[in-house]
Design a protein around this ligand. Structure first.
Ligand SMILES: [Fe+2]
Ligand SMILES: [Fe+2]
Length: 180
């Protein structure tokens, strides 16, 4: 893409750029999810993250098929946005490890990843549709559905006790003499 001058860039170029961006991102996300699975204390959270790690491996394969459908070589392109989100996630894992808010912090990081993915795959699906690349549009929708479901599951886990446990942990620290 560097060989093309900016005046001639098309939506097709943007679709290809986005695919490269997500191919790079998903390969990094697999590794981040592995770390989150190890760090999670809540068994349901651990299972949800592990399930999504498996889905993410499938998404990498789907992206390869999308490149193929467009007659392009599957390759990644450094995504500064995802690097930043994952770097912050690593820092939060280290900072909150073993704390009452540890699992809440994992969800906090994981949902930032999911929302970025939802934004990008939504755009890529729309571009593919506009370009008449129906097969690619379907693949993007399939990934988008998985990202959306993963995000919802994380919200359910956060609301279903993990955030409460983190809040209670804080109260215990604050009210040591309470005896309650
Ligand atoms: Fe993903
Ligand atoms: Fe995801």
């Amino acid at each position: 893409m560097a060989t093309k001058s900016s005046e001639t860039k098309t939506l097709e170029d943007l679709l290809e750029h986005g695919l490269k961006d997500m191919y790079y991102a998903e390969n990094k996300i697999v590794k981040s999810l592995e770390k989150m699975v190890k760090a999670a204390e809540d068994e349901d959270l651990k299972a949800a993250l592990e399930e999504h790690r498996g889905e993410t491996e499938g998404q990498i394969a789907t992206l390869e098929k999308a490149f193929e459908a467009l007659g392009k070589k599957a390759q990644g392109e450094k995504c500064d946005a995802m690097d930043g989100i994952l770097k912050e996630g690593d820092q939060l894992l280290a900072d909150f490890k073993g704390s009452p808010a540890g699992d809440a912090a994992i969800i906090f990081s994981a949902q930032a990843v999911e929302h970025y993915e939802i934004a990008r795959y939504g755009s890529l699906r729309n571009y593919a549709e506009l370009l008449g690349e129906d097969e690619v549009a379907e693949m993007m929708q399939q990934i988008l559905d998985q990202e959306g479901a993963a995000d919802e599951k994380l919200t359910d886990l956060a609301d279903g006790g993990i955030n409460d446990a983190a809040a209670e942990g804080m109260e215990e620290d604050d009210e040591e003499d309470d005896g309650a």
